[in-house]
Design a protein around this ligand. Structure first.
Ligand SMILES: *Cc1c(COP(=O)(O)O)cnc(C)c1O
Length: 377
């Protein structure tokens, strides 16, 4: 008999009680208003402005459309400096805006874009910096803003991992010109599919709201070439219920993170992803870096061993975006330009973390991970 008879994935969505959702659906049925900024949408937008501590927020049908819209709203052109250590959506939104992604190496500790290397990548065609708060660890937002101000660049953040993260009590979405949050089912807070953009300027909020609704200003005026990025009422209703349980989900994950840390901290060749920034964390992910030589087996061997035991970790982020067929040809994609990112992507492993797991589950997952070493000898 296997320790885990059914598969343990890296994430499971926090779901509210089905009876609460049924009641919400009944309200929507009664109103006969299923999309186009209905009551649920308005409520969720207001509650998230408060929760995320951001001046303005616009809800979207998913995070990728939101980020595509952010680039459009900022009229980005030419080249944008970004990170290769991210989900495919990050560079793809630039491509969908006819903007060339320029890959910059990452910081070995935070795994975020290395602010110290950004300046050397700036050319006369650069219009913005697109940072990703990887695993919820904030980018060096202050240094990035200083560089952007010096060169007249825009700053956009992919905050898909950073729901609820704060720096000294300031919402992460306050930094940069626009930040994108993803509410996909695999994220900490979710609406099944969904996302949002935060910004600080009321005119920008207006522009984003036009752009996500075909550019429609009123029945007779279409003021810009928009897209359909609207969140519907069923998504928003789910979001309102998930928002009620997100704090409890976060504290469960925090406890489990501590269990992981006490089982794995100090193991030779294994580095627990640390965030020493002092920012308010959200505990969305738990990752380790495996050094093959000192740990005794490679990341890929550990990954395969866990899978044999019905535990399904993920190699986030491997391969690097710079190694995708569609970006490999770029000069900035050369491994010589990205040594830190190349090394991290070969060592990183994202382990299961969600509120339904027990402390014993976590200890057993760690046991299986450490056993992967014996297999070799
Ligand atoms: C999930 C994710 C996205 C995409 O968000 P969707 O809501 O799924 O479109 C973008 N960037 C990062 C870093 C992500 O993790």
């Amino acid at each position: 008999m296997k320790r885990f008879p059914s598969p343990v994935y890296i994430s499971r969505p926090a779901l509210p009680d089905i009876s609460d959702m049924t009641r919400k659906i009944q309200d929507i049925w009664d109103s006969k208003w299923v999309t186009n900024v209905g009551d649920q949408h308005k409520l969720l937008e207001n509650r998230l402005v408060e929760y995320l501590k951001v001046p303005y927020l616009s809800l979207f049908n998913n995070g990728t459309i939101a980020l595509i819209t952010a680039c459009r709203a900022l009229r980005l052109t030419g080249e944008v400096i970004t990170t290769p250590f991210t989900f495919p959506a990050t560079p793809h939104v630039l491509t969908w805006n006819n903007v060339k992604p320029i890959f910059c190496d990452i910081d070995p500790v935070t795994l975020n874009i290395d602010a110290a290397k950004i300046e050397s990548m700036i050319t006369p065609n650069t219009t913005a910096i697109l940072g990703v708060h990887v695993f919820g660890t904030p980018c060096d937002v202050f240094e990035i803003q200083r560089i952007a101000d010096r060169y007249g660049l825009r700053v956009v953040y992919d905050a898909a991992h950073a729901f609820g993260v704060e720096i000294d009590g300031v919402g992460i979405g306050e930094y940069g010109d626009i930040s994108m949050f993803s509410f996909h089912g695999t994220k900490l807070f979710h609406t099944a599919e969904g996302g949002a953009l935060s910004c600080k300027d009321p005119n920008m909020k207006q522009r984003i709201d036009y752009l996500k609704n075909f550019g429609i200003k009123n029945e007779e005026e279409v003021v810009m070439p928009g897209i359909n990025g609207k969140m519907n009422e069923i998504q928003a209703a789910l979001g309102l219920l998930v928002l009620d349980i997100v704090e409890s989900e976060m504290s469960k994950r925090k406890v489990l993170t501590e269990v992981y840390k006490s089982a794995l901290d100090g193991v030779e060749g294994l580095r627990v992803n640390g965030d020493a920034s002092g920012a308010k964390k959200n505990h969305q992910y738990f990752t380790v870096r495996i050094n093959e030589e000192s740990f005794g087996c490679s990341r890929d061997e550990a990954h395969a061993h866990l899978r044999e035991h019905n535990v399904f970790p993920r190699k986030y982020f491997y391969p690097l975006c710079s190694n995708y067929q569609c970006y490999k040809y770029l000069p900035s994609s050369s491994p010589a330009n990205l040594p830190v990112a190349e090394a991290a992507s070969k060592e990183i492993l994202c382990l299961p973390l969600y509120g339904e797991l027990t402390e014993t589950d976590i200890k057993d997952i760690c046991g299986i991970l450490l056993d992967a070493r014996k297999k070799k000898t």
